[in-house]
Design a protein around this ligand. Structure first.
Ligand SMILES: NC(=O)c1ccc[n+]([C@@H]2O[C@H](COP(=O)([O-])OP(=O)(O)OC[C@H]3O[C@@H](n4cnc5c(N)ncnc54)[C@H](OP(=O)(O)O)[C@@H]3O)[C@@H](O)[C@H]2O)c1
Length: 203
């Protein structure tokens, strides 16, 4: 069965932004080799992934910045490798609005997210990554649709921008698999989904 992994990129106050902070502008790795941070969050995890699912806004943002067409000549080689991976992967854009997508190997799906993820899981292929944005990830967590979650938490209380966390009616439990921190204070947290129901303690 294909594994579904969700990626979350957020500030300490749960905002889906990429602010600058001390160290954030320092190029990651050498021109040829990504640093540990980039490897942990991206390159180490892509060899078995064939499908990337994104909300409409994230899809258009990724196409603009991370497709091979969007790369700048000065970008490091490993960013080109990342773009090659993304261009080749099957991309699912969730949208009611978009009908045509100007990015190879892409298709639009819409509707009930749980049904969409079940359908994708049954299709042939490697593993699946859900790559944001915050609104989509919130729904994935609310419905407990992913098998595991990678959080990248940046050391900033930003105070504005899209929120990952808005009210939910029920709690979602996750089991911590690994936690590490990067040289400039970013946390990389890997959790797996806990699917059994919480048993409330009797008084
Ligand atoms: N990608 C990331 O990892 C990431 C991380 C941090 C921050 N951000 C930032 O967050 C912002 C995006 O915010 P967001 O959370 O609103 O964007 P998003 O999740 O990428 O896109 C939201 C849109 O996805 C579509 N959608 C979601 N579920 C759907 C479903 N089941 N069926 C049909 N369409 C569905 C809807 O598009 P329609 O309106 O077309 O129906 C909805 O408006 C951007 O500014 C981005 O830079 C992104």
């Amino acid at each position: 069965m294909r594994k579904i992994t969700a990626n979350l990129y957020m500030t300490l106050d749960g905002r889906g932004e990429f602010p600058t902070y001390p160290g954030s502008n320092i190029p990651s790795g050498t021109p040829d080799e990504p640093d540990e941070f980039f490897r942990k969050m991206w390159t180490d995890r892509f060899s078995d992934v064939t499908t990337v699912v994104m909300g409409r806004r994230s899809f258009t943002g990724h196409r603009r910045v991370h497709s091979l067409k969007g790369r700048k000549p000065t970008d490091p080689k490993f960013m080109f490798d990342y773009s090659r991976f993304l261009d080749k992967a099957e991309k699912v854009c969730l949208s009611h609005r978009l009908k045509k997508l100007d990015w190879e190997n892409s298709r639009v799906l819409k509707g009930d997210l749980a049904k969409i993820m079940t359908k994708l899981k049954r299709e042939k292929g490697g593993n699946i990554i859900i790559e944001g944005g915050p609104r989509l990830i919130h729904e994935v967590l609310r419905l407990n649709l992913a098998d595991d979650y990678w959080f990248l938490v940046m050391p900033v209380v930003f105070g504005r921008g899209p929120r990952y966390w808005t009210p939910m009616k029920t709690q979602t439990n996750l089991k911590l698999l690994s936690a590490s921190h990067m040289p400039y204070g970013e946390l990389v947290l890997h959790y797996e989904a806990v699917r059994e129901k919480t048993v409330s303690k009797s008084k």
